[in-house]
Design a protein around this ligand. Sequence first.
Ligand code: UT7
Length: 325
Amino acid sequence: MPGSRILGSGSALPSRVVTNAEMTTMVDTSDEWIVERTGIRQRYIAGDDETTSSLAVDAARSALKDAGLEPADIDLIVLATATPDNTFPATATKVQHALGCHGGIAFDVAAVCSGFLYAITTADSLLKTGMARRALVIGAETFSRILDWEDRTTCVLFGDGAGAVVLEAPDRSTSVENGGPGIIASRLHADGAQHDLLYVDGGPSTTQTVGHLRMRGPEVFKHAVVNLSSVLHEVIENSGISADDIDWIVPHQANKRILDATARKLKIAPERIIVTVDQHANTSAASVPLAFDTARKDGRIKSGDLVMFEAMGGGFTWGATLLRM
Ligand code: UT7
C-alpha cells in the first residue's frame, strides 16, 4: 500500500545562540573537547517567552506556508516531545488552538529522540486508514528546561527547537514503487530494559517534580551505532532498494561520531548524510525535522529524492522511515 507524502516542511529556533565558548563560562569544559567528541559548535536555548508550543506553532506555520495550505486543511496533529508545556493536556492541543485548526485529532507522542519517527509512522498509519486527510507532524523540544546545568557530561550536548512536516494521505493513483512520492517503509523498536542509560530523574507519579536528564553517554553511544545500523538494514531490505539508491540520510543529530560510524557501517558516503548537529546540537524529537527542513530549504533535498530518516533515544526507542520526495 502506498504511504503518505510530504507536502511541505518548516522549522523554528529560539533567538538566543549559546556557543561552546559561552558554555565554558558555565561548566568545566572546552570548545576543543565538545567539537572533537560531538561535532557541536553551538546550540539555541529558549528564552522565558519561548516554549515547546510556541516553537512548534512557528515550525507548523512555516510548514503550512511551504505546503501552500491553511490551518483549516489540517485534521490531525501529532506532536513528538519529551518537554511538553504542561503534564497535560497534550501540547498538540495547544498548538491546534494557536494555529486555528478546529476539530480533528491532536495528541502528543513520547519517544524522546525517536519521537519524530514514532510520530510520522503513527500519522502515516492513521492517514492510511482514512481517519484523517492531512496531518501536521511536529517534533518540538525545550530540553534546556530539563538539563542539569552543573553536569558537564550532559548540558553541553542539547539544544532547543522545532521542526514540522505536512503529510497527506496516500494518493492511490500514484505508486511509490513506480517512483511516485510517499513513505515506502518504516520500522520502530523499543527496549525498556535500557531505561537507566538515558532518562529523566523526575515525573508526576514518582517525584512530583520535572527532574533532570541523566545519561551514561558511552553506553548509549555503543547501543546507538548498533541499533541504528540494524534498523536501517531492516528498512532497506523491507523496501527492496539498495543503500546506494538512497540520496539522503537525515539522522537524529546526537553526535557527529555516531553519524560517521553508522555511515561507515552502511558504506554510505558522508556527503549524503545531512549534518546539523554542529549548529543545533541535540534537539531530541526536533532534530530530524529540523535537519530535513534545513536541507530542503538549502536545495539539497529535492523532489524525487529517496530520503531515509533515522533516530534512537531514551527508552531505548529507535526507528527509521524511507520515503520518496
Ligand atoms: O539523543 C539520544 C542519544 N544520545 C546519544 O546518542 C549520546 C551518545 N553518547 C555520546 O555522544 C558520547 O558518549 C558523549 C559525547 C556523551 C561523551 O563522549 P565520550 O567520548 O563517550 O566521553 P566520555 O563520557 O567517555 O568522557 C571522556 C572524558 C571523561 O574524563 P576522564 O574520566 O577520562 O578523565 C569525562 O569526565 O571526558 C570528560 N568529559 C568532559 N570533558 C570536558 C565529559 N564531558 C566533558 C565536557 N568537557 N563537557
